[in-house]
Design a protein around this ligand. Sequence first.
Ligand SMILES: Nc1ncnc2c1ncn2[C@@H]1O[C@H](COP(=O)(O)OP(=O)(O)OP(=O)(O)O)[C@@H](O)[C@H]1O
Length: 328
Amino acid sequence: MTEPLKRTIAGYTLHRTLGRGNTSLVWLATDQGGREVALKLPHEETLRVQEAAERFGNEVRLTLQFRHPHVVQGYAGTAFGPGAFLAIRYYPDGALNEQLARLPGRTLPPGAAIRLLADVASALTYLHHLGAVHQDLKTHNIYVDETGRAALGDLGNTYFVAQGGQISGSPYYMAPEIYHGESSSAASDVYSLGILMYELLSGERPYQGNTYEELMVAHMTRFPPPLSHLNPAVSRAVSRLAEQALAKRPGERPRADAIRRALLSDLGETPQDEVYEDPEATPPTQDVARAPLVGRHGPVQPRSAAPQPEAKPEQSRGGGWNPFKRRK
Ligand SMILES: Nc1ncnc2c1ncn2[C@@H]1O[C@H](COP(=O)(O)OP(=O)(O)OP(=O)(O)O)[C@@H](O)[C@H]1O
């Protein structure tokens, strides 16, 4: 395969592509200090289509704003325009879905899985503390370092609840209320975390379907067997929490922090309260701090009564059913 044409971003040397997503092409690059980074460059089409450009700009702004050990660290970026880019921490093993695909049976040892889940629950606890929702929790958006610690990335669909935002999600992970057309919330992120708990601890996502409708029916009407039945190594406490995270009603789900604490206890640790650095205290690099408030960070937009159903348009376009693909 021939390498795509290298764009020039001042201050970076581009080496090879790491991967291609719907929004951007990701390069392994080195910055002026010789540090390896993953450099996300939006596709030309992303820059041409307003909604896609805003989503990339959103990812740049929030990645540089948020500071948490389990949120992928942003180093520098430009949110909008032909020079748009985002430099983030480089993970040599790629995204978790790619790592899992290389493992026999796609499963991690239970202790390693619990550790990753505790890290992701910690990242969600932080986002929810800030009043934000991630909306697209899935293995594709989790990165694991060489010490086995996880960070949540891809904040393109993340928004502050008080400011409103477009509802999004990936069908395998989407909560029943999102299928109903309701708003996403901290509780819908917790539901996605429940799916991830099943996926990492049993080796299978709990709900399957060959079409959007089949998957929707599964999420709305079915209940998976207890996780501890699927994998006897899983404690009853963790198994119970995973079931509660998949409660059909958002109000019946535990908070991400309760899941974080239970997972850490399961690892034999004493969970501490999370202490946060003020995300506004450290100004982000380059121009993003002063970028105009546009898109989903503009003035509060009243939500439409019926948010657009996610992912369904992908299917109706006839472009092949992809239960991982969120709405573009
Ligand atoms: N920080 C990173 N370190 C290593 N590889 C990365 C990193 N970020 C992205 N990649 C690689 O690039 C691929 C595409 O990244 P990503 O999915 O974030 O693209 P995107 O276009 O921004 O997202 P989306 O498809 O959700 O719009 C990933 O699947 C992964 O292989």
